[in-house]
Design a binder for this molecule. Sequence first.
Ligand SMILES: Cc1ncc(C[n+]2csc(CCOP(=O)(O)OP(=O)(O)O)c2C)c(N)n1
Ligand code: SF4
Length: 726
Amino acid sequence: MFGLERNLFFRVQPDPESEYYELGEYSSNIPRWCPGCGDFGILTAIQKLCHEEQLPPEKTVFASGIGCSSRFPHYMKTYGFHGLHGRAFPVAEGIKVHRPDLHVFVNTGDGDCCSIGAMHWIHAIRYNIDMVAILHDNNIYGLTKAQTSPTSPVGLKSNTNPRGGVLNPLNPMCATMGLGKDTASFVAQVVDWMPDLLYQVIREAYRHKGFSFVRVMQRCPKYTAGVFASALAHPEKEVLLLEDVYGRIKISDSMKKMVKNVLKHDFRDIHTAREVSTCSERYPVGILYCNENIQSYGELKRPKVKNTPARIRSVMEKEFDKVTKKKRGKAAPGAPQMTINGNTAVGMGIISSGMEICSFHPIDPAIPAMSYLSEVFETVGGIMHQAEDPIAALGFAIGASYSGTCAVTITSGPGFALMTEFLALACMTEIPVVIVNVQRSGPSSGLNTKAEQGDLLTAVFGAPGDAPKIVIAPSSPKELFFSIITSRKLAEEFRMPVIILSDANLAKKREAFDRLEFKDEWVASPIDQTPVPEKTKPYDWDPKTGLSKRFIPGQPNGMHALTGLAHSRNSKVAYESGTNQDACNHRSLKLATLRKTLKTPTVLGDPGGDLLLVTWGSLKNEAQTAVMSARKAGIKVSSLHLTYLNPLPPGLKSILKNFKKVATLEINYSDSLDDELINEGNRRYGDLAWLLRAKYLVDVDSWTSTDAAIFKAKSIEKMIRDRMKK
Ligand SMILES: Cc1ncc(C[n+]2csc(CCOP(=O)(O)OP(=O)(O)O)c2C)c(N)n1
Ligand code: SF4
């Protein structure tokens, strides 16, 4: 913008050479772990690593899930992302792919990594993105007070297996190396009670370029005091020390004396590594396997060009040309017309907004938008990430956004349903992100190519707890294009997710309109990367608007651990409801603030009458044509189209009150009063009707069908005539 490069901030950091960080500069809050917990040893080793390697705290990020071990980021004075149970990997991947300049670590428990997050773990290994993942393996779910984990030994009593676990434990080392010698990149195992080895292994993991996976046998004196007791008491019998033949790890004489079983090991030999890992009598400790020749997904995805407004302009002008007919259009004689469908509009809007990252998991009817971007996005320096599932797609987008941008994900109903936990996290942590949901007929897998407007309530309310977010429904490809540009700006300004509801009709529908000319103002301004002023809090909510300024990794003085748990303005975990209430209040105020800027929508027809037909999304044109025709026939009907669905625009209540009857026209399901069992008391309504009824206490009827094909102007007009006769 204004002659500056967008990624300028990567080069205005203080010169790391000129800084020296003391060991104490990496410590933050006092850990809440139990006395004797093995997590302390891991913390000490990592703080030592940061100090020895002189990692700039503002350029270091610890991402975690939920668990005792996942509290780790709160104890480091770096940036931290304490997110969702099992979902640290996609977030960390988004961070590192967008910001390769950051040092990224993941702290994960055995439940977090090997159970709920197992799918992300497998793919994290496959992506081989440069980061260090520490598995804090205490063989139990610690935080939730002793449930069996996938690594719990047979017979271990827990409160979910009071007579002892029955399944053989999963061996994370075998699982990792089982993915193949050209997939696993760095695999190591160590115990928390051998601090020197622990430190050295983590150091080698850090120095390895690629995904380093370190399993630490971590003592949990509270719930699994017995499981490592024997190895601790008899290291000479139960531990096998791997002495690497390359001498990366220095094995002291005292270590050798204590352990006794020492194996000279070439960590390039996966067969021996697998063999020793499967041995049930001894824990092998040291580097098991390392392959330095595997390509990193992060490197493969590294943009070859910079995403500057000038480049976006040049690419988009060509893209607009490709869809523009040279001959003069009918609608506006003289102006060249471009014709695009909704899915292409999504792709074009994403590029034109200056977004740099789009993550997705293929699902129809959104796939053509993903394909379009896969073709073009790279040419403006954009990154397309096909994630292992929709959960990871949103997690990756959130990670990228957190690290200093606003990323987007594209999906459809079933994928959107899976995303709701991450969606709430983005609301809670106030991370901007744009989600495009190309709705399809549901429920469940439904009809994948047919349109439905069945996800409105999920978009507005579908999340655990109160999670305010912006929901917009464009009505045409052109509106879709501009809604993406606006959404990015809203997401960043209001620090919240913006959901754009498209649908299968809109996705496929081609619309001709005057050829666009690229405008620099479509591209969002670069993010402020200047040092955070002293004493500024990560959630310095303005008492009136709820708005606050976000800090991003790389910004000096802004280090804090962001958390999906209830938190204070300082981003400290809050253990009492009062703080949570305060935070909920401020997040909600942001919607009220946005609402103040929205215009009251215009009624088509008279401002009062017998019937007001309310629509949203793709039904606008057909409904308006029908209403105009019915009006010509003397019916006192008007129509109202809503684009902003959360928050709803001001002035609606008085509009609705001016009509004898109000009905929504929606492509979704509602009960019919013609059914014998259905009455006013038990009737289920279309999504928008539910919203309007709840919000304005107006008796709003639903005229809906899940068959999108019936909503043609002629049949809508007939519907109006028939129903007004009743
Ligand atoms: C979706 C979801 N499911 C379950 C939980 C509850 N939960 C939080 S932490 C945890 C287990 C933690 O165990 P582990 O990952 O082994 O870490 P540890 O506490 O032992 O360090 C569970 C089940 C949750 N927060 N979210
Ligand atoms: S419950 Fe176990 S893992 Fe959790 S803090 Fe206590 S000792 Fe550590």
